[in-house]
Design a protein around this ligand. Structure first.
Ligand code: NAD
Length: 321
C-alpha cells in the first residue's frame, strides 16, 4: 500500500488531488490542514466531508508550525511521498497579514523538510508559484528564466525553492517544486477571480476591477493540474531536485474571462480601480518542460469549457459561500 501525506488537503488543489489519487485503491492518504479562516471554512469542511467518505483517507487538523504534532504523524506512518500544498496563498493579503506567510510558508515549510529528512521520506513535491517570476518580459517564462519576486508571498515561494534545492544535496529525498499558474475550476478558491466574481454577482457585492481588467493570466484548469501532480506522485524520479511550470501556456485577458463568465451569470456591479501594486501585468508560462518530462501527451482544457464547468459547479454550491 502506498502512503502519501498531503498538506493543505482542505484547500482547493489539495482536495482535488486527494480525491483523484483516492480513486486508486492501493493508496492511503493522510491529509492535514489547519483549517484557517482565510476563506470560507464551510467550503473547506465540505471538501473534507467528501474525502472522508473514502476509507483510505484520514484527516488530521494540524498546523505546519506545530512541530510536536507533525513529529507524531511522521513517527506513526511511513510515507512514500509528501505533497505540500499547505500555504498562506494570495498576493494582496501578504500586505495585510505578513506573519501568516512567514509562519506557514517559511517556518512550516522548513519544519516539513526537516521531518522528511529525519524520517527518510523518498519523495517531496511542493507547491511554488508563477509569482516567483515577477513582472518582467520576456514571455513565456521558462523554468530557467530570471526570477524577480515582488511581494512577500512570492518571496516565500522562492525561499522554499532555494531551501529545497540546497537541502536536496545532502538528502536521499527527490524534491520537485511546481510553479502553479492561476489554477481555476470547480471547488476553486473564493479569493480568486472567477469564484470571486460569481460571489459578487449572487450576493450583490461590488466587484473591484483593477486596471480596467487589462491583465493577463495563464489560466490552468484544475483537472489538468491534478493529472500532472498525480503522474509525478506515481513516477520514478531520477534528479535530486527539479522544478516545473504548471500552466496551460495560454494567457487570457481578464476582461475576456469575465465576459465568458457573464454568459452563465448576471454581471455584478463593477467598480473600476487603478492598477494595484500587488498585481503583475501578465503571467504566461512555458509548459514544454513538464510535457517532455512526463513523456506522454498532456492536454489542457479549453477555457470556455473550464469556465462553464466552474459556473455550473458554483450555482449548485453557492450556499457554501
Ligand atoms: N490556486 C492557484 O492558482 C495557485 C497558484 C500558485 C500557487 N499556488 C500554491 O498552491 C498551493 C495550494 O493552493 P490552493 O489554491 O489549494 O490554496 P488553498 O488556500 O485553497 O489551500 C491551502 C490550504 O492550506 C491550509 N493551510 C494554510 N496554512 C497552513 C498551515 N500552517 N498548516 C496547515 N495547513 C495550512 C489552508 O487552510 C488551506 O486549506 C499553495 O501553496 C499555493 O500558494 C496555488
Amino acid at each position: 500500500m502506498n502512503k502519501i501525506l498531503i498538506t493543505g488537503v482542505a484547500g482547493f488543489i489539495g482536495f482535488s488531488l486527494a480525491r483523484k489519487i483516492l480513486r486508486n485503491k492501493n493508496t492511503e492518504i493522510v491529509g492535514i490542514d489547519n483549517l484557517n479562516l482565510y476563506y470560507s471554512k464551510n467550503l473547506k469542511l465540505k471538501r473534507l466531508s467528501i474525502l472522508k467518505k473514502n476509507k483510505n483517507f484520514k484527516f488530521l487538523k494540524v498546523d505546519l508550525t506545530d512541530r510536536k504534532k507533525l513529529i507524531k504523524i511522521f513517527e506513526s506512518q511511513k510515507f512514500n511521498c509528501v505533497f505540500n500544498l499547505a500555504a498562506q496563498a494570495g498576493v494582496r493579503y501578504s500586505y495585510e497579514n505578513p506573519k501568516s506567510y512567514t509562519d506557514s510558508n517559511i517556518i512550516g515549510f522548513i519544519n516539513l523538510v526537516e521531518f522528511i529528512k529525519t524520517f527518510k521520506v523518498k519523495k517531496f513535491i511542493f507547491a511554488s508559484s508563477s509569482s516567483v517570476y515577477g513582472d518582467q518580459k520576456p514571455f513565456p517564462k521558462l523554468e530557467q528564466s530570471e526570477l524577480n519576486p515582488i511581494n512577500l508571498y512570492s518571496l516565500s515561494k522562492l525561499s522554499n525553492e532555494q531551501f529545497a534545492r540546497s537541502m536536496s544535496k545532502s538528502m536521499n529525498t527527490k524534491f520537485v517544486g511546481l510553479r502553479f499558474f492561476t489554477i481555476y475550476g470547480p471547488w476553486g478558491r473564493p479569493d480568486m477571480l472567477i469564484i470571486k466574481y460569481l460571489i459578487a454577482s449572487t450576493k450583490k457585492i461590488k466587484f473591484l476591477l483593477y486596471n480596467k481588467g487589462d491583465h493577463y493570466r495563464d489560466f490552468t484548469y484544475i483537472d489538468d493540474a491534478v493529472n500532472i501532480c498525480e503522474s509525478l506522485v506515481k513516477m520514478n524520479l531520477k534528479k535530486k531536485y527539479d522544478i516545473f511550470n504548471i500552466c496551460s501556456s495560454k494567457p487570457l485577458l481578464i476582461t475576456k474571462v469575465l465576459n465568458e463568465v457573464n454568459k452563465y451569470s448576471k454581471s455584478p456591479f463593477v467598480i473600476k480601480k487603478p492598477r494595484d501594486k500587488a498585481d503583475v501585468y501578465k503571467t504566461y508560462g512555458d509548459n514544454k518542460k513538464i510535457r517532455i518530462f512526463l513523456g506522454k501527451k498532456i492536454s489542457f482544457t479549453n477555457f470556455k469549457f473550464g469556465i462553464k464547468e466552474t459556473c455550473k459547479w458554483y450555482f449548485k454550491n453557492y450556499k457554501l459561500f
